[in-house]
Design a protein around this ligand. Sequence first.
Ligand SMILES: [Zn+2]
Length: 95
Amino acid sequence: MTSPEPIILVCVPATAPLCVEGATFDQVCSQCRQNVMLAPSGQRFLKEHPASSILCRQCYCPEPSDLPCGLTATSPGELRAEIASIRPNTWRHRN
Ligand SMILES: [Zn+2]
């Protein structure tokens, strides 16, 4: 199984108003080093993809007005589906 593209796991900051039951706060953003919240689904994802880069939402999408990538999941199942759909942001490389 080869994956040439890096996997980016986007997390909300640990200071986010939303929280998921069972979430952990001991992971840090790979860019700004702030603590991020990792939901159980994210913890499982990280276990399955240990090479993933963790990015907080701000580092992944510094211009939220340009991209609709806010965290809108309201349940762990929905969050899991959201995380499963995360992929490298090729939008940034287009001309
Ligand atoms: Zn960050």
